[in-house]
Design a protein around this ligand. Structure first.
Ligand code: JEB
Length: 236
């Protein structure tokens, strides 16, 4: 999978070198390029923002640098293919006004050959950038959750980790992915390791007796109890 990121904070993504995606990049499973939006400005001050038409608080990201940045990443659109977007990259704009990011979306996006993340800042990006991008690729506005961030970078990082670990060969132990997909959308059961007693706290005895049927039943009961208590919305 090819991943391009457009941001005014390219250094932010050096964290991806040390995460589990580092190895996937070395092996060529994931090819990642980070682009500094300011490299696509043409004024002395390398401005990427301006005041909003119609008034209001804060600043809005100017469309021109975004246009040049996206053009530099996207293949020139051959004329006979105009308006045909199958096989085009998917451009994701993290946005508090987007559709909620889910595991199902991560699964779907992990099968794409080319993802582009456009990280906004300030009060967001001039709306025409989304329209222009939609004429060149498939565009999705995606929200990390119902809370307010200062920009798209943290959301992009989380999405890349969630998507990347679903690419075959990226996660060390493929059995973990199999077990996850069998958890039926329930919360996970509690995990324990040695020692069997630690600071007066004991591991549940059922896990120590080697009865695999009893262990599986106990774990499933734990999953149901936790889900009922913490995330009843997942049970409907
Ligand atoms: C994503 C962003 C901002 C209103 C308030 C703040 C670009 N779950 C999420 N919350 N906030 C964001 C997000 C995601 N994904 C998010 C991109 C930008 C917030 N801001 C600040 C914009 N509008 C600017």
């Amino acid at each position: 999978m090819r991943i391009d990121i457009v941001t005014i904070f390219p250094e932010f993504f050096s964290a991806l070198d040390v995460s589990l995606l580092g190895k996937a990049r070395e092996s060529g499973l994931i090819e990642l390029a980070v682009h500094d939006l300011r490299d696509f400005t043409h004024d002395r001050h390398r401005s990427v923002d301006d005041t909003p038409y119609g008034g209001g608080a804060g600043m809005v990201m100017k469309p021109e640098p975004w246009g040049y940045a996206l053009d530099s990443i996207l293949d020139p659109l051959p004329e006979e293919r105009e308006a045909r977007l199958e096989g085009c990259p998917t451009i994701i704009f993290p946005s508090p006004a987007g559709e909620l990011f889910t595991q199902a979306m991560a699964q779907e996006l992990s099968a794409e050959p080319h993802l582009i993340f456009g990280c906004g800042r300030y009060e967001g990006i001039d709306e025409r950038v989304f329209e222009y991008a939609a004429s060149r690729a498939r565009v999705r506005l995606v929200s990390m959750g119902d809370y307010v961030l200062n920009g798209g970078e943290v959301a992009t990082m989380a999405m890349i980790e969630a998507i990347g670990r679903l690419i075959p060969g990226v996660v060390g132990n493929p059995q973990s992915l199999v077990e996850e997909s069998h958890s039926d959308g329930l919360l996970e059961y509690p995990s324990y390791t040695k020692p069997a007693e630690w600071r007066g706290l004991e591991v549940p005895p059922v896990l120590l007796n080697g009865n695999h049927g009893a262990i599986a039943a106990w774990r499933h009961e734990q999953q149901l109890e936790r889900t009922r208590r913490i995330r009843p919305d997942l049970l409907s």
